[in-house]
Ligand binder design. Structure first.
Ligand code: BES
Ligand code: ZN
Length: 847
């Protein structure tokens, strides 16, 4: 279905917007004077669930027609040309975390509310009538009134003006914004507090949260925000475009964070850093801040013309966050984080038939949310941008970006305008190179083999599960460690004679895709594989991770046996690096699929896990050592998880001791081991008291990371009564915030055999409630994605189909459903084909 673009008939220039909001009554009234140019006598504005009382042009009432099905109001104009429309309207405030919505938190035992906004992707229309399309850039003058209480603070994109007048009248007024898209407008008010600083160039930077949090929790993010702004100014060669950069943590938040220009909003866990926090949670906060700040240029200053080019925003921001953090905190080796998170995510999802491409047509608003697939537009998209940056070199890349920003600032672009700028800067044909990656779904497996002294390199689309081969080809940067191969593989296959001479001229085994920056997997065969594995121990950590990851994917696709991974990871048990430990952990998690719970094969498997983790366990133990590296802390977390899973008695005893020591104040258990201690206690000493204790801590905690750890620990219950008690809290918003239901609770309960069935039943029985609470935004599809990620039996597959197939007509989830069916089917087939060999390999390896 083609949706009309309202900007084609009315081009807004300025919105003078006044909103009067009642937190108490959950309603608002407002008026907006929209100055713009009408290109037709019939124009339309977006509105959703608003009541429109009047539309005036030069004090004359115009006739208009509400069209709720299309989220629009159609207006008849007596003339075309430049004009100012004045509209009176009102609306209701609802809890679904879009438009203008409340957040709930407790301060000194009293429930309080702040109000904030979430307008991306198309929810500004819930707050005021507007042309709610990214291309319809305009300036905004916002003023606000609300049922203000002593100490309340209101923030918006721009600094406040007329402060003295506000103190008398209660009217908060903000400076005119630059020209920008409606989805970037924002405000937040209530009992907020925060801290501020200034960048070298004088931009005001601030970090805010509700008064339920200490301001010290904001110092980390404030410092990161300041330094990343300075970094981007330098890298992009364009100043941060507006006077302020405020960052505010919102108690109820559907996404992770939102880049509103000058007023970035966050889920609390992505902005606040507690005294007792882990290295990885601090790195996560830094990455999220760097991501949203990157959008202040990529997305805000220059914006995609339409949502089909969302990758211009998200893929770029997701790449730049790593470039920025690597520049300001080089010792973190943050690119490693991408190798263990985004890379496997993209490689997995993009191998399932039916996946969308990074650049994808969208028409209907309900389709827009489905674009934000974390595995595709984020993980794959940013992997493609890393690949491009490597191909062009950082210098040409940055130079091209600077030219792009200078040319298009305050405007809108389509993808090829970025390619033009990068081509100019580098002299390379960027569009020809990138189109094959952005326009096509999936990615290739590159097979290398030697026969009769001829080296053959060929490409073919890589699938896990059902294949849907369309003979697609990609422009593949080979990035080999050898000289003498072409730069890019464009054909299906190339043959290079005199392999042995080539091998003589080069050192070591042939490798492709060095540094693992390009989006493909390599299948080495025959002597090439033998040579590579023979030198595995001496390779750099990224290469080791890459080989483990690629072998795992090849096994999932059925191209090699999963059993071959068992000796591979066992051979790496001396590894101390985070990268390799994390890659091994992913294989261990994969192997769990083949092992039946409470069986003798599980005993053998646990022995294998302990065998692989023992050296790190002995090296690191439970306690932080004087002067240890951040990396050691991260390896410790993975190692302890393995040892506790394996039921190693020294590990479980030690964890129980720590629990006993901290029993009255569990939140203070050092964050890096807290999760494991909480889980271990459930696994070894579950009682009703323990469950009650965790639940009451959950309900009163202010630290979201701690809450997530408690939920994960509770998912280890093996008691039916406790399970029912826990499920009964899921709809109680005073205990479980809807924002946390999918990721903290539902996913954890689906992940354990004992709790899976009941959690799945719960979701089916409460589907309407889930849809009502979360259906409007992007987190809803997780209720399809998560079961698809976890189910592994034919019975569950049938249940999944029975429940979801009737919903294939729902655009918001239809792709997730059809891919989910393929994903589960592939997993079942894998278990059937490889289980016996895997168990045998486990038994041989521990013998
Ligand atoms: N622009 C998005 C937030 C967003 C996504 C709003 C979908 C509306 C619909 C923001 O920049 C973003 O990408 N947030 C991520 C976190 C980020 C650090 C990867 C998110 O919310 O998951
Ligand atoms: Zn983003």
């Amino acid at each position: 279905m083609q949706v009309e673009h309202f900007v084609n008939t009315f081009v807004p220039e300025n919105y003078n917007l006044f909103l009067d909001i009642s937190r108490k009554d959950k309603v608002f009234t407002g008026n907006v004077a929209i100055n713009g140019e009408a290109l037709d006598n019939k124009i339309s504005l977006h509105q959703k669930a608003l009541a429109i009382h009047s539309i005036l042009l030069d004090n004359q009432e115009l006739s208009f027609e509400m069209d709720d099905a299309n989220e629009a109001v159609h207006i008849e104009l007596p003339e075309t040309g430049s004009m100012t429309l004045v509209i009176e309207f009102s609306g209701k405030i609802t809890d679904n975390m879009t438009g203008i919505y409340p957040s709930y938190y407790t301060l000194d035992g009293v429930t309080k509310e702040i109000i904030s906004t979430q307008f991306e992707s198309h929810f500004a229309r819930e707050a005021f009538p507007c042309v709610d399309e990214p291309e319809a850039k305009a300036t905004f003058d916002l003023s606000l009134k609300f049922d203000e209480e002593e100490g309340d603070l209101a923030l918006s994109n721009m600094p406040e003006v007329d402060v003295e007048r506000r103190k008398e009248t209660g009217l908060w007024t903000f400076e005119t914004t630059p020209r920008m898209s409606s989805y970037l407008l924002a405000f937040a008010f209530g009992a907020l507090h925060g801290i501020t600083t200034k960048t070298k160039n004088g931009t005001l930077v601030g970090s805010y949260a509700t008064r339920a949090h200490q301001v010290q929790e904001l110092t980390f993010s404030l410092d990161i925000a300041k330094r990343v702004i300075e970094f981007y100014e330098d890298y992009f060669g364009v100043h941060y475009p507006i006077p302020q950069s405020l960052h505010v943590a919102i108690p109820d938040f559907s996404a992770g964070a939102m880049e509103n220009w000058g007023l970035v909003t966050y889920r609390e866990v992505y902005l606040l850093v507690d005294d007792n926090s882990t290295v990885s949670s601090r790195q996560q906060v830094a990455l999220v801040v760097a991501h949203e700040v990157a959008h202040q240029w990529f997305g805000n200053l220059v914006t995609m013309k339409w949502w089909d080019d969302l990758w211009l925003n998200e893929s770029f921001a997701n790449m730049m966050e790593y470039v920025a953090i690597d520049a300001i905190e080089p010792s973190w080796n943050i690119f490693e984080d991408f190798q263990t998170s985004g890379v496997p995510l993209a490689l997995k999802r993009d191998a399932t038939a039916g996946v969308q491409s990074v650049h994808v047509e969208v028409n209907h608003p309900d389709e827009i949310n489905t674009l934000f697939d974390p595995a595709i537009v984020y993980a794959k998209g940013s992997r493609l941008m890393h690949m491009l940056r490597r191909w062009l070199g950082d210098e040409a890349f940055a130079k091209g970006l600077k030219a792009y920003f200078e040319k298009h600032q305050y405007g809108n672009t389509v993808g090829h305008q970025l390619w033009d700028a990068l081509s100019q800067a580098s002299g390379k044909d960027v569009a020809a190179f990138m189109d094959s990656w952005l326009e096509q779904p999936g990615y290739p497996v590159v097979t290398v083999s030697v026969e009769d002294d001829v080296l053959t390199i060929s490409q073919k689309q890589f699938f896990i599960g059902e294949e849907d081969d369309k003979n697609r080809l990609w422009q593949i940067p080979l990035n080999s460690n050898w000289q003498g191969l072409p730069d890019i593989l464009t054909e299906e296959s190339i043959s290079i004679p005199n392999y042995s001479a080539l091998a003589q001229e080069n050192d070591g085994a042939l490798r492709l895709n060095t540094e693992n920056t390009a989006h493909y997997v390599t299948e080495y065969t025959g002597e090439l594989l033998d040579n590579l594995l023979a030198e595995l121990q001496g390779l750099d950590n990224i290469s080791k991770l890459q080989i483990i990851q690629e072998r795992r994917l090849l096994a999932e696709s059925g191209r090699i046996s999963y059993a071959s991974l068992v000796p591979l990871i066992a051979s790496l048990k001396h590894e101390t690096s985070y990268l390799v430990t994390a890659a091994i952990k992913q294989v261990i998690d994969g192997l769990k699929l083949f092992v039946t719970e409470n069986s003798d094969e599980e005993v053998a498997f646990k022995e294998l896990v302990a065998l692989i983790s023992r050296e790190n366990y002995e090296r690191l133990g439970f306690e932080k050592h004087e002067g240890e590296s951040d990396e050691d802390e991260m390896v410790r977390q993975l190692t302890l998880a393995n040892m506790i899973f394996a039921g190693d008695s020294t590990a479980t005893t030690k964890a129980s001791q720590i629990f006993a020591e901290y029993e009255s104040h569990l939140v203070d258990i050092p964050a890096a081991v807290r999760s494991l201690v909480l889980i271990n206690q459930m696994q070894t000493a579950e009682t009703k008291d323990l469950v009650d204790h965790y639940l009451s801590l959950y309900a009163s905690a202010t630290d979201g990371s701690f809450q997530r750890q408690l939920a994960q620990a509770l998912s280890r219950t093996t008691n039916a009564d406790h399970l029912n008690l826990l499920l009964s809290t899921w709809k109680d918003k005073t205990i479980v915030k809807p924002q946390d239901l999918a990721m903290s609770w539902y996913l954890s309960f689906l992940s354990n055999d004992f709790t899976q069935e009941a959690a799945w039943q719960w979701a089916q029985e409460n589907w309407d409630w889930i849809k009502a609470a979360l259906g409007g935004d992007m987190s809803f599809d997780k209720f399809v994605i998560y079961p698809a990620n976890k189910f592994k039996t034919p019975e569950r597959l049938e249940e999944f189909k029975a429940f979801f197939e009737p919903q294939l007509g729902d655009m918001a989830i239809n792709r997730m459903i059809s891919m989910g069916i393929k994903e589960i089917s592939a997993r079942i087939a894998l278990i059937q084909s490889d289980k016996e060999a895997v168990i045998a390999a486990i038994k041989t390896t521990i013998a």
